[in-house]
Design a protein around this ligand. Structure first.
Ligand code: PMP
Length: 410
């Protein structure tokens, strides 16, 4: 059995000083670090197998294709999908959501249709729907968030109707860490005949993954938030739903036959994957899935929940700190502000003390606005963080608080 202390050996990047202090990396909701097996899988591919996939019959191309398709198999069983054709590789969650939104606006949406999203979404799960509605004349509804940082389920129920074509919702907020009641949302949407797209970006490390149990129509995430490389991501879709999506990007790799005046398109998943994919990245993503699977989902979730609870308890013990939201269930991250201190100043001062935390609106401006804020500092642990690191980060925060108090008093 591993512990955060032992697992750190897999993450050489963590062993460095920043501004003369041992790095404490607590920005995992933005990007997680890659373990040695992921780096090794990508390096080995680049050294021995680098080639283009699906097009050549020479040895390198066949090896590259085999490695990439092995990654698809890892992802398919990681997600509990019904088949590898339900796994579309993209460059990230943003690309996956844009794929669905753009595709739906090529004939699946029309004036009078409705899309529902929420006030707590990352911009990546809001703007593509704004644009799809603008192009098609469909109407976008946005479910508000309560002051606790929960979705207003009453409002959601009132908004869903036979006109609703799709509900786009995050599994976990990337600001408050609110865990949404996906079962309830999916049931409501399906009763009305609507599809559900779940943005799983902040949930992939948190065990909310079983597609057969969740029954959503689409699920997406980025590789770089689950120990994989940047520039990789996944769009899962139920086969019967993906089959209804017209391709929205055209070119090599996605066709069946091509004539000068028209083309016919290939089968899933390739029909939705035009162009040369990020082969090295996808191989790294597969290695990350394998790594997480080997560590054990429950162990990862328990470790991260324990670290987050400790952080929340410590933050709550400091009267100078305002925490954004108090959801019933929180996962992955918690955001806060020191009273009277801009979040950028807090994060910059923490950085001087070796502590990496994100600050700003976290690409969720409507949610920050709902809280009456323009920004916040976000603490997001991963399973390689230790309790000592959380406590050290709190000591650093105390130094910042003392500095602010001295400055204000002057
Ligand atoms: N959705 C959520 C909830 C996120 O946290 C993020 C990344 N911050 C994204 C979408 C977008 O991910 P990417 O930039 O990797 O496409």
């Amino acid at each position: 059995m591993w512990t955060p202390e032992t697992i750190r050996n897999d993450f050489p990047i963590l062993d460095q000083t920043v501004n003369g202090r041992q790095l404490i990396y607590l920005d995992n909701a933005a990007t997680t670090q890659m373990p040695a097996p992921v780096l090794e899988a990508m390096t080995s591919y680049m050294l021995h197998d680098h080639s283009n996939v699906h097009r050549g019959i020479h040895a390198l191309s066949e090896r590259a294709t085999g490695l990439m398709e092995k990654s698809r198999e890892y992802v398919y069983s990681f997600l509990g999908a019904k088949g590898t054709e339900e796994i579309i590789f993209t460059s990230g969650a943003t690309a996956a959501i844009n794929l669905v939104a753009r595709s739906m606006s090529f004939g699946l949406l029309e004036a009078g249709d409705e899309i529902i999203t929420t006030e707590m979404e990352h911009h990546a799960n809001l703007i593509p729907w704004q644009e799809a509605c603008r192009r098609t004349g469909a109407v976008l509804h946005v479910v508000p968030v309560t002051k606790e940082g929960e979705l207003d389920y009453g409002k959601l129920e009132a908004l869903i109707s036979r006109r609703t074509k799709l509900v786009a919702v995050t599994a976990v907020s990337n600001v408050t860490g609110t865990v949404n009641e996906l079962d309830r949302i999916i049931r409501l949407a399906h009763d009305a005949g609507a599809w559900v797209l779940v943005d799983g970006s902040q949930a992939v490390r948190h065990g909310m993954l079983d597609m057969s149990a969740m029954d959503c129509d689409f699920f997406c995430f980025s590789g770089h938030k689950m120990m994989g490389p940047t520039g990789t991501g996944v769009l899962y879709g139920k086969r019967e739903v993906l089959e209804q999506l017209p391709p929205e990007t055209f070119g090599g790799g996605m066709v069946d036959q091509v004539f000068t005046d028209h083309a016919t398109y290939g089968d899933l998943p390739f029909r939705l994957e035009a162009g040369t994919p990020n082969i090295m990245g996808i191989i790294g993503l597969g290695a990350a899935v394998k790594y997480l699977t080997d560590l054990g989902r429950d162990e990862i979730v328990n470790t991260e929940d324990r670290l987050l609870s400790l952080a929340e308890k410590e933050l709550r013990a400091r009267p100078q700190i305002d925490i954004l939201g108090s959801p019933v269930k929180r996962a992955g991250c918690i955001s806060f502000n020191i009273k009277g201190c801009h979040c950028y100043d807090t994060a910059k001062l923490l950085d001087q003390l070796g502590v990496a935390m994100r600050s700003g609106h976290h690409c969720a401006e409507p949610l920050l606005t709902a809280f009456g804020e323009t920004g916040a500092v976000r603490l997001s642990p991963a399973f390689y963080n230790t309790e000592d690191e959380i406590l050290e980060a709190m000591k650093a925060l105390d130094r910042v608080i003392r500095l602010i108090e001295r400055t204000v008093r002057k």
